[in-house]
Design a binder for this molecule. Structure first.
Ligand code: NAD
Ligand code: RM4
Length: 253
């Protein structure tokens, strides 16, 4: 019970890593507020799974790319459960596309969701934590792609480097308030974001073959690292980045 009675907010939590993180935090005693974009059934299922663990949960619909969504989300959390102790910035998109003919609308949507969305959300959560006056923990779901490139990800990798950089700068800006800011850097985790990409068996075999632990990741592989960074076990950890990639990044030869 590393998060007993803490209130945890997670964006993009109707499926994938966000949903696993939300449920993982509830398993450790947290009440959870999830943001989701379109998938009402997925959000309802996340809430139901959290309630089945004996914890409270609400789902708040909203597009993180809109600046106003952040304030609405944080206010809904405070109205429901009184405080914001932990904020997990997870919502993200990666519409795989080549560089030379990247449509401006795909580039701009990716920047807006992944980077602007993170900025507004982290800012709103941090302001609430500062008002409360007893610190907090902010975790961004960045990526191994903050550190390495991707031929079909020229729009995406800068956003993942960006959210990691945001955690480094907010760690400094918010340290005096006792608010810790860290990133997790997942490797290749099987979710909807890469279903089409990994449907190519050659690509899938190549990606899996890069991983010393011998398998692609699953969403629940991120739950433990996120719970750890959220909890007081990580009380002196801020501005850090935790690779959760089965060893893929270090595997040069
Ligand atoms: P996913 O597609 O299952 O989940 C992404 C979530 O973000 C979905 O719930 C989606 O509805 C939500 N979302 C998308 N746009 C949104 C918006 N505008 N407003 C609110 N919510 C929005 O994929 P995932 O793999 O679980 O992705 C979660 C995060 O993990 C992303 O930030 C992604 O970049 C990151 N990540 C994933 C991998 C991987 O291999 N799957 C690796 C590294 C990082
Ligand atoms: C990650 C990493 C994975 C990819 C996802 C979409 O950051 O690049 O390999 O599948 O993004």
């Amino acid at each position: 019970m590393l998060l007993k009675d803490k209130v945890v907010l997670v964006t993009g939590a109707s499926q994938g890593i966000g949903k696993a993180a939300a449920i993982g935090c509830a398993r450790h005693g947290a009440d959870v507020v999830i943001n989701y974009h379109g998938d009402d059934a997925g959000a309802a299922d996340a809430v139901a799974q959290i309630e089945a663990l004996g914890r409270r949960a609400i789902a708040v619909k909203g597009d993180v790319a809109e600046a106003s969504t952040a304030g609405v989300f944080v206010r809904a959390a405070v109205e429901a459960f009184g405080v914001v102790d932990v904020f997990v910035n997870n919502a993200g998109i990666c519409p795989f596309h080549a560089f030379l003919d990247m449509p401006p609308e795909i580039l701009e949507r990716t920047l807006r969701v992944n980077l602007h969305g993170a900025y507004y959300m982290v800012q709103a959560a941090a302001n609430q934590m500062v008002r409360q006056g007893h610190g907090g923990s902010i975790i961004a779901v960045s990526s191994i792609s903050a550190l390495v490139g991707g031929e079909m990800q020229t729009h995406y990798t800068p956003t993942k480097a960006g959210v990691h950089s945001l955690m480094q700068s907010t760690a400094i800006a918010l340290g005096k308030h006792g608010i810790r800011c860290n990133s997790v850097l997942p490797g290749t985790i099987e979710t909807a974001i890469n279903r089409e990409d990994l449907a190519d068996q050659n690509k899938r075999d190549y990606m899996a073959g890069r991983i010393p632990l011998g398998r692609l990741g699953e969403p629940d592989d991120l739950a433990g690292p996120i719970v750890f960074l959220a909890s007081d076990l990580a009380r002196y950890v801020t501005g850090a980045a935790l690779l959760v990639d089965g060893g893929a990044f270090v595997n040069l030869q």
